[in-house]
Design a protein around this ligand. Structure first.
Ligand code: SF4
Length: 317
């Protein structure tokens, strides 16, 4: 078994890459240090249930704030991802284990114990499994509905690009409240940032979710500071609206280790505010665009606002 604490073992495909210097973070990127009673309780529940979280595996800067409120984003289907995106700190390689049939039940039990109004469930990519883990997602949603019927459910899924297109129906039929799949960056940067994925496939995936069940909110996000320009970001917004995506998130890319994609620049808070304004102008129901925005950051509060925004839009006719 690899020691996932060692970067070379965690990212064997990145070990040969030259180091990219990690620039000093600007003053506007300041986070709460992990610790305190709420944080420790969340950590204990996650450990007791033998669950992985993207908060820890991706080295998310918001973990101190989110976990102090019990908001952990659980990562199902193991700790090893079959893709090798250059921005991501999740361990990569051939997953050593088959899917754990008891995991959906443990996730549901943890959601109940954490007392969450809203939960976000994500996963590693499992290109080694025929349905990409679609049935496992569906089982997890159903298990949470049984154990914690008052909790709304947001899923952040892989792209299922190597699967039969019909597997998407399995997930949609389980009726998550929010279906999120991140585009991550502008199409011109896909070959270097997200080499295993295809921009238009990801867009179409979200469009198909909406076509199959318009009651499900669709959500997607990108990171900025990877080398994109403003015009390309505005075009991504246009593409997302054409695919009927409801909710857009934009956050600053932070480089996990010297072996990861370099930070091109730190986008200023004023530029984020300008992106938010442009996105609302293009018709998104909800937009979160700040340096520390992540897909699951404040997802519970945002879901309540998303629902209110849809009702207000329907009332306007
Ligand atoms: S922003 Fe999301 S991934 Fe980061 S700590 Fe919060 S819940 Fe976890």
């Amino acid at each position: 078994m690899r020691d996932l604490k060692l970067p070379d073992q965690r990212h064997p495909e990145k070990a040969h890459r030259p180091d990219n210097a990690q620039p000093k973070k600007p003053s506007w990127i300041r986070v709460k240090a992990p610790g305190g009673e709420g944080y420790n309780q969340t950590r204990q529940i996650i450990r007791e249930h033998k669950l992985s979280t993207v908060c820890e595996e991706a080295g998310c800067p918001n973990v101190g704030e989110c976990w102090s409120q019990g908001h952990a984003t659980m990562m199902i289907m193991g700790e090893v991802c079959t893709r090798a995106c250059t921005f991501c700190n999740i361990a990569t390689g051939k997953p050593p284990e088959a899917l754990d049939a008891f995991e959906p039940g443990r996730v549901a039990d943890a959601v109940k114990k954490l007392g969450l109004n809203h939960v976000v469930i994500t996963s590693v990519d499992r290109d080694d499994i025929e349905d990409g883990g679609a049935e496992h997602f569906a089982q997890t949603i159903r298990a949470i509905r049984r154990q914690a019927p008052g909790t709304t459910i947001e899923i952040l899924t892989p792209d299922f690009i190597r699967c039969d297109p019909s597997v998407l129906e399995i997930v949609v039929k389980a009726k998550p409240d929010v279906f999120n799949h991140n585009l991550e960056t502008v199409p011109g940067l896909y070959p270097e940032v997200r080499p295993g994925a295809r921009y238009f496939h990801s867009l179409r995936l979200l469009q198909r979710v909406k076509e199959m069940d318009p009651s499900i909110f669709t959500k997607s996000g990108i990171m900025v500071g990877l080398g994109e320009n403003r015009q390309a970001v505005l075009q991504v917004m246009e593409d997302m609206r054409a695919a009927d995506i409801d909710f857009l998130t934009i956050g600053q890319y932070l480089q996990p280790t010297p072996k990861h994609h370099a930070v091109d620049r730190f986008v200023t808070p004023e530029e984020f505010a300008s992106y938010e304004k442009s996105a609302y102008g293009k018709g998104f129901l909800m937009v979160s665009a700040t340096p520390l925005t992540r897909s699951s950051y404040h997802a519970g509060d945002d879901f309540a606002r998303l629902r209110a925004a849809r009702q207000a839009k329907l009332a306007r006719g």
